[in-house]
Ligand binder design. Structure first.
Ligand SMILES: [Zn+2]
Length: 192
């Protein structure tokens, strides 16, 4: 990611964190349960692993019959792969776990609103329900800039719940960028 892109990404995540905080009591298509919160905590653990690896902290878990069958975390930098988003990796692992290229009856939990690439994949994979934490005001394609997962023109629509453990998911992102900025500043000082 070039410097300009990083700054753009940081600013929109910060904006989306503010938006998410403002909309903490937002409505969802499906009722959010304590089980949803538990699953989101597992997604948050994945996001923390991504942060430890220097990746933007986004994590996901895929649930079938109340069990986690697959998981993923952002690994775009590590894998030199712009498509290596948490959702993408969890879905690929999920198809192997179920031995099916489609994933009916599954719920995907992800800490950040999916982008258009991932939202398209979720429709192709026929997942049943999507639960996400923080909104992404600039690239979120599940209610922010567009809503691919519920577009009536497509042949599959996904039940959607947003705002699950939003505060925790947003803070993790803002803290990651804050630390990264501090590190860069320290490096610059060292160079002078
Ligand atoms: Zn994505």
């Amino acid at each position: 990611m070039c410097k300009k892109d990083r700054l753009t990404y940081e600013s929109h995540v910060a904006k989306s964190s503010e938006a998410s905080r403002a909309a903490s009591a937002e409505s969802s298509d499906t009722q959010v349960t304590e089980f949803d919160n538990q699953m989101m905590r597992h997604a948050i653990e994945q996001a923390k692993l991504a942060a430890d690896e220097g990746e933007i902290p986004v994590g996901a878990v895929l649930v079938y019959n109340d069990e986690i069958i697959a998981w993923g975390r952002n690994q775009s930098i590590t894998k030199l792969d712009p498509s290596a988003h948490a959702e993408m990796l969890a879905i690929k692992q999920g198809t192997m776990a179920l031995g099916n290229y489609r994933l009916p009856g599954t719920t995907l939990y992800v800490t950040l609103e999916p982008c258009s690439m991932c939202a398209g994949l979720l429709v192709h994979a026929r997942i049943d329900r999507l639960v996400f934490g923080a909104k992404d005001a600039k690239t979120g394609a599940c209610g922010s800039i567009s809503n691919i997962v519920q577009d009536a023109r497509l042949n599959h629509q996904i039940k959607l719940s947003s705002g699950v453990l939003t505060e925790e998911c947003s803070l993790m992102l803002s803290e990651f960028f804050r630390l990264r900025r501090a590190k860069k500043k320290a490096l610059k000082k060292g160079e002078c």
